[in-house]
Write a protein that binds this ligand. Structure first.
Ligand code: NAD
Length: 298
């Protein structure tokens, strides 16, 4: 039976450290500043943005939220990003995705100053991560959080271990694979065109699922003793809770997989809470770097 890796508790540890280090920075008269920008009324995005702003305040940050109407032009959004780039009180800029269709997401992300790109999506930060320049990169928050969870079980050096990442998105799969590689794992990236995924998954000492398909990864895909990191967040009907009710599940069939895994992250309460915690950590890191100080390690 697997150990359950508690993402809520680990996220609280990260946030507690951010608070302590924010107080340390205050002695140098620096307050980490995070600007969160949202365009439109997407309900899920509104919830995410509100929790990001709330967490930032809780950490003692200067927290700014820009809520723009859905008809905001690309030009106006670029102008806002440029203003935030130039604002010395802001160390982190996060533009909530997805953006409305008339706005080119790539153009907006590339307009963010790479030194304030706390989401880690700018080409410069992708390149830094890809070349192993982790000291200067901003690493995307979800894979950064997943790595921290993995470290708790396997340590920082994954030499000799095989890792399979299912999913090749720019937000999760690819950066996760790069982080695993930087930690010396032998990494395979699987995706929708991969042949015999169950057999490949069974070779993994570390199995990361970032697919977006409820409980696709079955128990018999999991090698005995493997560490399973389930990034997926899927809402499915839960008639057992009453008519019209839903519940969240991961990409991994948790009840089955925990029988063979050595350690596994649950959904909810696994990778999910880590994402916002790592956003706080990235913003703090940015403030330390701007002040010419060595950022704390997480
Ligand atoms: P995405 O849709 O961008 O990418 C999904 C990937 O899965 C693709 O690379 C695709 O090739 C692969 N895939 C699809 N079907 C497959 C199949 N049948 N077999 C193998 N591979 C398949 O999604 P994403 O943004 O990477 O997110 C993945 C999951 O992680 C989603 O459930 C999302 O909600 C969740 N997520 C969670 C957090 C968080 O914890 N905070 C953050 C981001 C994403």
């Amino acid at each position: 039976m697997a150990d359950i890796i508690d993402g809520k508790a680990l996220a609280e540890d990260v946030v507690a450290k951010v608070k302590v280090e924010t107080a340390t920075l205050a002695k140098s008269d620096v307050t980490p500043g995070l600007a969160v920008v949202i365009v439109g009324e997407d309900p899920a995005s509104q919830v995410y943005v509100a929790s990001k702003s709330r967490r930032a305040k809780e950490c003692g940050f200067h927290s700014v939220q820009h809520s723009l109407p859905v008809e905001t032009s690309e030009h106006a959004l670029v102008s806002l990003v440029e203003d935030l780039n130039a604002d010395p009180a802001i160390h982190g800029i996060l533009v909530q995705l997805p953006l409305p269709e008339h706005i080119d997401e790539t153009r907006i992300i590339q307009a963010i100053d790479p030194e304030k790109d706390v989401d880690g999506f700018h080409f410069i930060n992708v390149g830094r991560l890809g070349t192993g320049a982790l000291d200067s990169a901003f690493v995307p928050c979800t894979p950064a959080g997943a790595m921290l969870m993995l470290e708790r079980v396997r340590g920082k050096d994954l030499s000799g271990l095989s890792a399979v990442v299912i999913g090749r998105s720019n937000i999760v799969g690819k950066p996760m694979a790069n982080l695993l590689l930087a930690a010396n794992a032998t990494v395979t990236i699987a995706h929708s065109r991969t042949k015999d995924l169950p057999a490949l998954a069974r070779t993994a000492d570390i199995l990361v699922a970032a697919v977006g398909r409820p409980e696709m990864i079955r128990g018999d895909w999991v090698k005995l003793g493997a560490t399973v990191i389930d990034v997926g967040i899927n809402r499915i009907p839960a008639p057992e809770k009453g008519e019209g009710k839903t519940r969240l599940v991961g990409d991994v069939a948790f009840a089955e997989a925990k029988e063979s895994a050595g350690a596994i992250t649950p959904v909810p309460g696994g990778v999910g809470p880590m994402t916002i915690a790592m956003l706080m950590a990235n913003t703090l890191t940015s403030a330390f770097r701007t002040a010419g100080l060595e950022p704390p390690a997480f």
